[in-house]
Design a protein around this ligand. Structure first.
Ligand SMILES: Nc1ncnc2c1ncn2[C@@H]1O[C@H](COP(=O)(O)OP(=O)(O)OP(=O)(O)O)[C@@H](O)[C@H]1O
Ligand SMILES: [Mg+2]
Length: 366
């Protein structure tokens, strides 16, 4: 999958900008605070409707303006696709080849992108929520049914949680309603667990292969999916209906939802030791990079093409050997990368790369 051109109007610090990309490595170089990350963010937002650094979409509109416009020309499986996005609070409108998209699922997943930012270290270092978000996003890109299951689950979860919080009725009505929400949570949750199990195994395989290339071949990476206290797929998946029924009285008493796959985690370990606690800073970085490249390889296997790779500030975090590995890796045929850096990395030149210099919300091709 490729992006050939991008237009930004009133997006962050870009007033009006057009960029034309090459099919291989595209470097966005410039000093701090000039607008390098903003370009990657605009591409990711255009393709997914999401950005990891915003709370509200209106943060993306240039200060003092009210409407942003983005347009990108892409190729995916030999189809040329133009995606346009107009955002004016509170509404985002997306067009695909000129036709309005009514639902996000009309365009998300057609063109895939893998974004790596320094904050992705949180996947290894921080709470289970980061790891769930990572794997769920990855599954949604290949399996639209996962989006439906997550939506259904979270809708029911919200209702169940509101019901428990109200908690005045100790009679039969609350229990009958709880049973009905639990049924919905069981149906959606069982699907979520099964998708996550499948993808944790696939991800582990890819991640192990890449980690061995970055580090010594004998280092072992394990991703163990824990769902309601069970290791999957080694153990039997949890029987959600039974667990929910068992915990019902306790949940009524505590006025809160106490169990479910919304609390699952993926334990990441290197040589059987939890990476969050024992891996060095550099190993954690290389681990996150392996996870992201694994996401990309998985996407390639499922879609038959590499997704766009958006790498933000990745080089500054790696030592010379790891930088060399990465630059070699992204030179693979069929892979297109947009990579930001503060200094022009000389080793990239001569590899068909396109260079943009970024300054105060403007980009020049060099
Ligand atoms: N909504 C907005 N309107 C106008 N400018 C904005 C908006 N949001 C952010 N900016 C500005 O965009 C600038 C560039 O941001 P960006 O994160 O792309 O920088 P960068 O080149 O990646 O820098 P660094 O090397 O530090 O990561 C910042 O100076 C910020 O103040
Ligand atoms: Mg940046």
């Amino acid at each position: 999958m490729r992006i050939s051109a991008l237009t930004l109007h009133n997006f962050r610090n870009y007033r009006r900008q057009e960029l034309v990309f090459g099919p291989a490595v595209n470097v966005l170089a410039g000093q701090n605070g000039q607008g390098k990350t903003n370009v990657l963010e605009s591409v990711f937002f255009l393709l997914t409707g999401k950005s990891p650094r915003i709370r509200q979409e209106k943060e993306l509109v240039t200060w003092g303006e009210d409407t942003l416009y983005l347009s990108g020309d892409f190729t995916a499986r030999e189809r040329r696709l133009t995606v346009e996005c107009v955002y004016r609070e509170p509404r985002r409108a997306v067009r695909l080849n000129g036709a309005p998209c009514r639902r996000t699922s009309d365009y998300v997943g057609l063109i895939n992108a893998v974004l790596f930012t320094p904050d992705d270290l949180d996947i290894v270092k921080r709470s289970p929520q980061e790891r769930r978000r990572f794997i769920d996003f990855l599954i949604c890109q290949s399996k639209p049914a996962h989006i439906g299951a997550l939506n259904q689950y979270h809708k029911a979860l919200k209702q169940k949680s509101a019901l428990l919080r109200r908690g005045r009725d100790s009679g039969g009505e609350t229990r009958a309603l709880l049973r009905s929400w639990n049924e919905q949570l069981t149906a959606a949750g069982t699907r979520i667990i099964s998708h996550r199990t499948e993808y944790a195994v696939k991800l582990q395989r890819e991640c192990q292969a890449i980690f061995s290339l970055i580090f010594a071949a004998d280092r072992r990476v394990d991703l163990t999916y824990f769902s309601l206290g069970r290791r999957l797929p080694a153990e039997e998946p949890p029987d959600l209906a039974a667990v929910f029924a068992e915990r019902m009285e306790q949940e009524i008493e505590k006025k809160a939802v106490l169990v479910g796959p919304h609390r699952d985690d993926i334990l990441i370990s290197v040589d059987a030791k939890p990476a969050k606690v024992f891996a060095s800073q550099g190993q954690q970085r290389a681990l996150v990079l392996s996870l992201k490249l694994a996401e990309m390889e998985l996407c390639r296997k499922e879609k038959g093409e590499y997704p766009l790779l958006l790498l933000d500030d990745v080089l500054s975090e790696l030592d010379a050997a790891r930088r060399g590995f990465l630059l070699e890796y992204i030179a693979a045929p069929g892979m297109q990368t947009l990579i930001t850096m503060t200094e022009r990395e000389e080793s990239i030149s001569g590899k068909n790369a396109v260079f943009y210099r970024i300054e105060e919300g403007r980009a020049w091709r060099e």
